[in-house]
Design a protein around this ligand. Structure first.
Ligand SMILES: [Zn+2]
Length: 283
């Protein structure tokens, strides 16, 4: 079983987690830029963080045989802090780098006017470059936040096939699927979404444009939730090919649209030519 975790915050995880993920079949990840818990007080601290996502964390993952990619953005929560906003001027220069596979996480936290503005500006950056965008749907008012996010997608005019609406659930999947966007689900140990509910959603809605992740952030979370969901799929009579589609080929197809996706960790050392998945290529 090969697994691609399309949304996991490895910055908050230990080397034991990397080892356990590799043993469970995880070979590639996308780590979205997010809020680090402690509020940032100036834009320069984002630059160090973004550099660590494309540098140090990629190297750390490579030590465990895992290809590390990331997304770059001003996150929704800190879009509300005027001290952080100047980072928007620096986001574009990261978007053409190998291993930067989307603009994200963008979207809504508290659904303020400041969040809408940062969301639109950054979604336009993705549209202009033909890059995927990772949209975080809010944990409170999830339905209205998801609907408002879809409105922004329509307003900006980006191809919905380039947009991943993430952290969905039973209430928000229907509008997400109808929008033509990709649908992402974060599987947690005891909140939000679990393996059994995820399997039930796949039985009902199919596997097209569905992504499953473990999120694995600062809260109680489990970086093996992708593998556990894969096992729950097999127990529910999905095939090995179905599992490969959801856990590998779907995320490769979505993030491969960037032309900057890396699927082998070794190219950190420049050892593998031809590692990057170019636009239109399938693996
Ligand atoms: Zn996240």
């Amino acid at each position: 079983m090969r697994i691609f975790d399309p949304h996991i915050h490895m910055t908050s995880r230990t080397t034991d987690d990397y080892e356990a993920m590799y043993a469970a079949g995880v070979r590639a990840v996308v780590e979205p830029a997010f809020w680090l818990g402690q509020p940032r007080t100036n834009a320069a601290t984002f630059i160090d963080y973004f550099d660590s996502l494309i540098g140090w964390e990629r190297y750390r993952a490579s030590q465990f045989g895992i290809a590390h990619n990331c997304t770059i953005a001003l996150n929704p929560k800190e879009a509300n802090d005027s001290r952080c906003r100047p980072i928007l001027d620096h986001v574009p220069r990261y978007l053409s780098k190998t291993g930067v596979v989307a603009v994200g996480e963008i979207g809504y936290d508290c659904m303020t006017a400041e969040e809408t503005e940062a969301f639109e500006i950054q979604l336009e950056m993705a549209a202009e470059r033909g890059l995927p965008a990772l949209v975080h749907t809010p944990h409170r008012d999830k339905l209205s936040g998801t609907l408002a996010s879809i409105d922004v997608v329509h307003r900006v005019g980006i191809d919905p096939g380039l947009v991943l609406l993430d952290h969905l659930n039973e209430v928000t999947i229907q509008p997400a699927v109808e929008s033509g966007c990709w649908a992402g689900f974060s599987i947690y140990p005891d909140t939000k979404m679990d393996e059994a509910r995820m399997v039930a959603l796949m039985q009902r809605y199919g596997l097209e444009r569905i992504l499953v992740n473990s999120a694995a952030d600062w809260g109680r979370s489990d970086p093996l939730k992708t593998a556990k969901t894969a096992r729950a799929m097999l127990a529910a009579s999905f095939t090995e090919d179905d599992v490969d589609r959801v856990m590998w080929r779907n995320p490769v197809e979505f993030y491969g649209q960037s032309g900057q996706l890396r699927l082998m960790s070794e190219d950190t050392a420049g050892a593998f030519a031809g590692n990057t998945i170019h636009r239109g290529e399938r693996r």
